[in-house]
Design a protein around this ligand. Structure first.
Ligand code: XIL
Length: 471
């Protein structure tokens, strides 16, 4: 009798423990980030990073939680990797590759041959020496990164808008054949990398994409190992071409992969909320188009958030081009992209079991709340995204969320909140920009932590002193 009661008690404990660990892999979690939702559809979702981004903890938190592919924004370009003839510098690119590897991201190598960010010494070479310089550059760089990159943009932006080839140093020295030569040279150095041609304004059907199409056909007919076509996709708000899907399909039908490689959608500043809704529609369209094409392997955004985007520095008066705002808070475009992938932002739809408390509407006060969370763990670290929903009927103005970290976990960086201390029972406090949680609304924040084997989610959440439901 006594033993049976003990066994029953143990069974309860065991099932509670099991429920706890199952909570980490519940379907809602699996679909609550861009990368997990993309992976569920056999695609990736990528971002571009530059070295200086790695010291921005808000940016890194979002990058680690959301993206599973990384394109170095500048660090693999010729002006960085071979600033003078025969002298190579792979340090900056290597740093980004290490970051990607430690965050379970693959790498799109970008790029080997391009008219821009090309050091002056290349354009000053006598034409008779350009081919050897190009081949040495490609061989040295692709060999250095052999086995570490998923793909290479071998030739970047080869076309003019009318579909003619740019008269750059490579074309002037070698004619059209430089493209086949570059791809063959890259293939010899790294036979497993997918080899791409990448360009902008080839997303829809037009003179430039027709020229790219003919080039790919011709390369295939010559047996050149072209693996894919990158559609940069630097869009202007509301101008995603209606022929983008058909265009991707025609390339795929040639037997090459396609990828959206540098997505952003610029808005004339200041951006209105109607603009942000249109941007959400644009992102959704692009993601849906990729999903509709089996050989569209993934979508990469150019940068993580509006604060690190290249747009304001390049297109005067424009900005707000990404899925995350200046503070790395998700914008409507994020939700739209996630939803298009079949994912959902951690839900606040289920009814709370204990709708407690009449919280006061100012100065914080008590709260009725629900917490959902998603853990992404790798061998020594993890990121945790936490969404707190206000399930009460009054606004929360200023919040403190107390919770307990799993043992052995130590927080190393946070985003969208401050958290202290770094282990054990901790308190997350709002930032100035996310202090208010409207009734039915939610805020998301997260952290990165080291762990010693226990990757469990935190537990025992309470918001402004009131326990929250979890899950
Ligand atoms: C951009 C970078 O983001 C900037 O930092 C740099 O100053 C210029 O290049 N097409 C490409 C990318 O293929 O390499 C470009 O990146 C954006 C346009």
């Amino acid at each position: 009798m006594h033993n049976r009661r003990l066994a029953a008690a143990l069974a309860v404990v065991a099932s509670a423990a099991l429920a706890g660990s199952l909570a980490l892999v519940r379907p809602a979690d699996a679909a609550s980030s861009l990368k997990q939702s993309a992976e569920a559809k056999s695609k990736y979702f990528g971002t571009a990073l530059v070295q200086s981004n790695l010291s921005n903890s808000s940016l890194v938190g979002v990058a680690a939680a959301q993206f599973d592919m990384m394109t170095p924004g500048n660090e693999m370009k010729w002006d960085t990797t071979e600033p003078s003839n025969g002298s190579f510098n792979f340090g900056p690119g290597d740093n980004l590759v290490s970051f990607a590897q430690s965050h379970s991201m693959r790498v799109r190598g970008h790029n080997l041959v391009w008219h821009s960010q090309l050091p002056g010494w290349v354009s000053s070479l006598p034409t008779s020496q350009v081919q050897a310089a190009m081949e040495t550059h490609i061989t040295t760089e692709a060999t250095h990164y052999k086995g570490e990159v998923y793909s290479w943009d071998v030739v970047n932006e080869p076309f003019n808008e009318d579909g003619s080839l740019r008269q750059d140093a490579f074309y002037n020295a070698m004619g059209t054949g430089y493209i086949a030569d570059a791809i063959r040279t890259a293939h010899a150095a790294d036979p497993n990398a997918k080899l791409y041609l990448n360009d902008y304004n080839i997303e829809g059907e037009n003179a430039k994409s027709n020229a790219m199409y003919s080039l790919v056909q011709s390369l295939i007919s010559q047996g050149v190992p072209i693996g894919g076509v990158g559609l940069e996709s630097h869009f202007i708000l509301g101008q995603v071409p209606s022929s983008m899907l058909a265009n991707m399909q025609r390339f795929a039908a040639l037997g090459v992969d396609v990828a959206v490689t540098e997505l952003d959608d610029r808005i004339q500043l200041p951006a209105s909320s109607a603009n942000l809704q249109q941007q959400a529609t644009d992102y959704s369209t692009v993601v849906s188009d990729c999903l509709a094409v089996t050989r569209c392997v993934g979508v990469s955004q150019w940068g993580v958030g509006d604060a690190d985007s290249w747009i304001p520095g390049t297109f005067s008066g424009y900005g707000a081009a990404t899925m995350y705002d200046q503070n790395y808070q998700p914008k409507p475009a994020y939700t739209a992209a996630l939803n298009a992938l079949g994912g959902t932002v951690s839900s606040s739809s289920s009814t709370p079991t204990t709708p407690t408390s009449s919280s006061s509407s100012s100065g914080g006060g008590g709260a009725a709340c629900k917490v959902t969370d998603a853990v992404n763990a790798w061998n020594t670290g993890l990121t945790e995204n936490i969404t707190v929903s206000n399930t009460g009927s009054s606004a929360v103005n200023g919040w403190s969320l107390v919770f307990t970290l799993a043992s052995g976990q130590t927080i190393t960086s946070t985003w969208n909140a401050t958290i202290s201390p770094t282990s054990g029972q901790v308190t997350a406090k709002n930032m100035s920009y996310n202090a208010a949680i409207a009734p039915g609304g939610s805020v998301s924040f997260g952290f990165q932590a080291n762990h010693t084997g226990n990757t469990a989610a935190p537990s025992a959440f309470s918001l402004n002193g009131q326990p929250c439901s979890n899950g």
